[in-house]
Ligand binder design. Structure first.
Ligand code: SF4
Length: 218
């Protein structure tokens, strides 16, 4: 079956589409194409509907509409500003605090925030998800560290996973005795609320661990 997801088709990803929607100036196209080649762009219809195109300082637009300013690099800027790499014992895992880890499963998002501090890890040229081998290595790391009681699934956006895959991951994590909390950070409930359907809700409920959802909304 070759069906185009209407939500994917309606999401604005190209500078030309932003300009046609009145969300960026026509004369910015060349610079915005340079930005889009480096950092992913996606603005879902739900977010477009919240933007007032007549307001040059619209606070929703400022979060999601790319700007030529993103091409400016200041001395001292760092591609990994929060130091994930230095605290990553295996791919996809960040172990910063003794009792919890980040598990970064996917490298795609429903919407791409211009302020993202993991923007070098998502978008153009990046794999869309951890490989199976890296996923299993991450699980093994969590299994072998009994001090880890909380696993945080985070950016990219874990709710971009299919409910089927998410259910498998939740079950894998909940099967580890010392993992008691699975926390998911997501903008999907705001950016693409239709993804939060009964199948997704069912995938998030799991025996053996408590699920927390941290909804990111600015
Ligand atoms: S949804 Fe999160 S990971 Fe994705 S671009 Fe926004 S802040 Fe970054």
């Amino acid at each position: 079956m070759n069906r185009i997801d209407p939500k994917l088709a309606a999401t604005l990803r190209q500078p030309r589409e932003l300009i046609d929607a009145g969300l960026a100036p026509v004369d910015a196209v060349a610079e915005l194409e340079q930005v889009a080649a480096r950092y992913a762009v996606a603005v879902t219809p739900e977010l477009v509907a919240l933007i007032d195109p007549a307001d040059p300082a619209d606070p929703i637009a400022r979060q999601f509409i790319p700007s030529a300013d993103e091409l400016v690099e200041q001395p001292g800027e760092n591609a990994d500003p929060i130091g994930d790499d230095a605290r990553s014992p295996v791919g996809g895992i960040v172990h910063r605090y003794p009792d919890r880890v980040l598990f970064k499963l996917v490298h795609v998002c429903a919407v791409y925030c211009r302020f993202c501090f993991r923007r070098e890890m998502v978008g153009p040229g990046k794999a869309s998800a951890l490989s199976d081998d890296a996923y299993r290595a991450g699980l093994d790391y969590i299994r072998s560290h009994p001090e880890i009681w909380e696993v945080i699934l985070t950016g990219g956006d874990p709710l971009m996973l299919s409910p089927r895959r998410l259910a498998e991951i939740m079950a894998d994590l909940a099967a580890i005795d010392h993992v008691k909390i699975i926390r998911i950070h997501s903008r999907v409930p705001i950016a693409d609320p239709e993804r939060i359907n009964p199948e997704m809700i069912a995938a998030l409920r799991v025996e053996g661990a408590t699920t927390w959802i941290a909804i990111h909304a600015n």
